[in-house]
Design a protein around this ligand. Structure first.
Ligand code: PGA
Length: 252
């Protein structure tokens, strides 16, 4: 049985004070919550302060991106050591906004994923097809390419520890969620692909989140699918009440 994992990606929103206020409210609700892993991903500026709030609770901290070198002359970048120091347990890697707005490649995703693991954190590696790719029947091809390149040269023991987020680009921030069946089809493909490459045990243990317009009203149906183990929530994680409802509905 895979443990449900619900993560909030706050993207480029919230001041430090706003982030702390949300963290305080979430901590009040989920101080000791054992039914799922709850993760919040504030912007870099708020990580350390949010960590101070959630440190003694069951809520865990994620960063939204990272550079792969431990330190050095890389102006503007944030390293795995710095994220660990700020209290991060997870790092979101290869989000579609990184790939499509900032031109991040699968090769860079691979370097980042490996660096996250090397520094003892867990990568949430995002994959997903664009609308034209789906319409042209290329969904599986795109997913396979992103996974094979993103996970290149990684051992099964490492792959077992990562989290994959399937996020169809056409469903992100659009209000257009994949149907539970569409999401399950992609998740099943991803799990089968992991099984082919890394074996049955890895495939049965790896957690795969769905992301793309997840809301309190659609999370339960998504979670009811066999291969959907959680959600990576954007917009709806910015509001305490909707994120709380999503978490509660996810484990009904
Ligand atoms: P959304 O974003 O929930 O606002 O669609 C999801 C994501 O970008 O991870």
């Amino acid at each position: 049985m895979r443990r449900p994992i619900i993560a909030g990606n706050w993207k480029m929103y919230k001041t430090i004070q706003d982030a702390v206020d949300i963290a305080v409210a979430l901590k009040r609700k989920f101080y000791t919550f054992s039914e799922a892993d709850i993760i919040i991903g504030p912007p870099f500026t708020a990580l350390a302060k949010v960590h101070d709030v959630i440190i003694d609770s069951s809520i865990m901290l994620a960063a939204q991106d990272m550079y792969w070198e431990a330190e050095g002359a890389f102006t503007g970048e944030i390293s795995p050591m710095m994220l660990k120091d700020a209290g991060c347990r997870y790092v979101i890697i290869g989000h579609s906004e990184r790939r499509h707005i900032f031109g991040e490649t699968d090769e860079e995703v691979n370097k980042k994923v490996r660096a996250v693991l090397k520094h003892g954190m867990v990568p949430i590696i995002c994959v997903g097809e664009k609308l034209d790719e789906r319409d042209n029947g290329m969904m599986f091809e795109v997913l396979e390419k992103q996974l094979s390149r993103g996970l290149k040269d990684m051992a099964a023991e490492d792959v077992m520890r990562i989290v994959i987020a399937y996020e169809p680009v056409w469903a992100i921030g659009t209000g257009r969620t994949a149907t539970p069946q569409q999401a399950q089809e992609a998740h099943e493909f991803i799990r089968n692909y992991i099984e082919r490459l890394y074996g049955k045990e890895t495939a049965s243990k790896i957690r795969i989140q769905y992301g793309g317009s997840v809301k309190p009203g659609n999370i339960a149906q998504l979670m009811a699918q066999e291969d959907i183990d959680g959600a990576l929530v954007g917009g709806a994680s910015l509001d305490v009440n909707s994120f709380v409802e999503i978490i509660n509905n996810a484990v009904l």
